[in-house]
Design a protein around this ligand. Structure first.
Ligand code: URA
Length: 209
């Protein structure tokens, strides 16, 4: 699948095994999510365009490469997506941050929207949607729908662990959105959790439950 990129880097895989471990505590889990997000973003943003500008070093004048083109926005899906924000801001500190609040109806597993606050100029930005877990894909699809309705034309979706069901659902509806993940797990269980997964990412990031 051309529109799905899986990061197989050993550093990322090692950190994901630590994330999966039930004995990994809240502080370490939060740090690992941030680190994995940063490592993934480093690669996912390798297509950012550059332009040449004139600068003066302490030695001489020269041309140097700087980022050009559209500015960026990152949009975490609340609440687990928040865990990935700082990792990406460490690489792209000028990115604006929008927020989309979606919760899963526990019976239908459908995404329900309860919050949306996006930068005013979101349609002119390259957008990365963040959610560590792509399970059914319903939240990811809903978030991409909302961003397209807001006028966005350049959207990527970044998760850490994806279920095959979620990938299929998301890529069917949004074939134009490049999907980045670091692991494709086996399946969803009857409660919509990814197997083997890492449990509830939001609870493990924020120490709830
Ligand atoms: N969300 C999570 O946090 N974990 C899962 O396994 C699925 C959805």
């Amino acid at each position: 699948m051309d529109n799905v990129t899986v990061f197989t880097h050993p550093l990322v895989q090692h950190k994901i095994s630590m994330l999966r471990d039930i004995n990994t505590g809240c502080k370490e889990f939060r740090e690992l999510i941030e680190e994995v997000a940063m490592l993934m973003a480093y690669d996912a943003l390798s297509d950012l365009p550059l332009e040449e500008v004139e600068i003066t070093t302490p030695i001489t004048s020269t041309t140097a490469s700087v980022l050009s083109g559209k500015k960026m926005a990152i949009v975490p899906i609340l609440r687990a997506g928040l865990g990935m924000v700082n990792g990406i801001l460490a690489l792209v500190p000028s990115a604006k941050v929008g927020h989309i609040g979606l919760y899963r109806d526990h019976v239908t597993l459908e995404a329900q929207n309860y919050y949306c606050k996006l930068p005013d100029d979101i349609e002119n930005r390259k957008v990365i949607i963040l959610d560590p877990m792509l399970a059914t894909g319903n939240s990811a699809v809903a978030a991409a729908n909302m961003l397209k309705e807001a006028g966005c034309t350049s959207i990527k979706f970044m998760c850490i662990i994806a279920a095959p069901e979620g990938i299929k659902h998301f890529t069917n509806i949004h074939p134009d959105v490049q999907l980045y993940c670091a692991c494709i797990d086996e399946k969803l269980n009857e409660n919509g959790y990814i197997v083997p997964g890492l449990g509830d990412a939001g609870d493990r990031i924020f120490g709830t439950k």
